[in-house]
Design a protein around this ligand. Structure first.
Ligand SMILES: *Cc1c(COP(=O)(O)O)cnc(C)c1O
Length: 421
């Protein structure tokens, strides 16, 4: 459920017509709903009710500081995957003790930044990283809490680019090596092993892979405890999928996800962390765009819009589906049309969808790409010298620009021409 609904024939974000925002900030732009973000965070928080837990929002999904502040004020922690994300979370007011640091390629500089700034735990992804972190922590005279990310070799049955829990993926250590790696970790200075981490992929629409992975983590917990390790925290990752297609989707709910956690690891008495990103932010955002042309092709019609693959790359990168709806609600019984919806970028990959049956559109009219709040703005670029588009946050009847569109000069002046040219 989200808060983008038609009212009096106009698509609104909560109580604000999106057309009103378009008139104020221009198109294209991203718009997020505070009520939807809040709702989704609370669903996860409530799903783990009765277990000691922390919901660490995976901020790579949408890292605007207004979004982080909103979630942080509700009590969320953050899962960060770079020094930049760590700094951004801190800038948004998230305390270090609520930040977990994931990622396969942490550098010494990133480790030092997080240790000095305060960190809840590092999720270690390899033996060389473990040795490096030990060295940095020891040099700083710190003892840092760590989990080790295990790769359970479970098929998440999702898009290959976002599956992370198979043995061929770069993430974590093979679960078969866990015993040896934990023994090694226990000997290293500067590290305090406190738990196990797992994250098997993104946009999972079936709970079975989670169940399999969590069961393996439960078995490993008991084994490691028997080997003398204190395992008191389980970070179970994120990855719950969202209904990108309203018409035919029914992915599991956070409540069901929480139930699987309870059933598989609840008896262990561990503190539980989860790292949802997409489900919190995805359906809390839309991308609003204006139709520039309707172009007749040989055998098809192209709807050429002012948003492009540089603004929302998911269709080009993952073949992802986004529902596309007009800002003006179509009259009942209105004739639909069939379009290839494309952007202005000079690549055929700049295609949002092909042969989509949707409301008939005319130049100047506005559309919304739904489910664009996660992995949208954060993956944007200025390819084709198209300035980054603004982000807007709505709460009830108010809206604010939370990242402004740079001027053309601001974009262009970031280059420097050497004086010797
Ligand atoms: C990307 C990622 C997540 C979030 O995944 P979602 O599908 O957005 O919920 C969580 N944890 C780690 C380690 C990740 O890399």
């Amino acid at each position: 459920m989200d808060h983008f609904l038609y009212r009096d024939g106009m698509l609104c974000a909560e109580d604000v017509p999106l057309a009103e925002i378009a008139a104020s900030v221009g198109t294209p732009f991203y718009c997020y709903s505070a009520a939807t973000l809040t709702r989704h965070y609370k669903l996860f928080d409530e799903a783990l009710d009765g277990m000691e837990h922390l919901v660490c929002y995976a901020m790579k999904a949408n890292s605007n500081q207004a979004v982080l502040k909103l979630l942080g004020d509700l009590g969320a922690g953050m899962d960060v995957v770079s020094g930049g994300e760590y700094r951004r979370a801190r800038a948004a007011g998230i305390p270090g003790e609520r930040i977990v640091f994931s990622g396969v390629g942490k550098t010494e500089e990133e480790m030092q930044t997080a240790i000095e700034g305060g960190i809840r735990q590092f999720n270690i992804e390899s033996e060389p990283e473990m040795a490096r972190l030990s060295g940095v922590a020891a040099r700083l005279g710190a003892e840092v809490p760590v989990t080790i990310r295990v790769n359970p070799d479970v098929d998440a049955k999702t898009h290959e680019k976002i599956a992370t829990g198979k043995s061929e993926n770069k993430f974590g250590i093979p679960i078969s090596r866990a015993s040896a790696v934990y023994a090694q970790a226990a000997k290293l200075p500067g590290l305090k092993v406190i738990g196990i981490d797992v994250h098997i992929g993104s946009q999972l629409v079936d709970l079975d892979p989670f169940r399999l992975a969590f069961r393996k983590v439960a078995e490993l917990t008991e084994q490691l405890r028997a080997e003398g390790h204190e395992i008191s925290r389980l970070d179970l990752g994120g990855g719950l999928g969202i209904p990108y297609e309203r018409s035919n989707a029914d992915p599991p709910l956070p409540r069901d996800f929480g139930q699987v956690i309870r059933e598989e690891v609840g008896h262990l008495g561990c503190e539980i962390e989860i790292e949802p990103g997409r489900l919190i932010a995805g359906n809390a955002g839309v991308l609003v765009s204006e139709v520039i042309y309707v172009k007749e092709g040989e055998d098809r019609q192209f709807l050429i819009v002012d948003a492009a693959m540089n603004d929302l790359i998911r269709p080009a990168m993952y073949g992802a589906h986004h529902d596309i709806i007009p800002l003006n609600e179509p009259a009942p019984g209105a004739e639909p049309a069939r379009y290839d919806v494309v952007g202005p970028v000079c690549e055929s990959g700049d295609t949002f969808t092909k042969g989509r049956d949707m409301a008939a559109m005319a130049p100047g009219e506005l559309i919304a790409f739904r489910s664009a709040g996660a992995y949208g703005a954060v993956m944007a670029s200025e390819y084709n010298s198209r300035p980054m588009i603004p982000e807007v946050l709505v709460q009830k009847d108010q809206f604010a620009v939370i990242r402004a569109r740079p001027s053309f000069d601001e974009m262009i002046n970031r280059d420097t021409i050497p004086e010797w040219l």
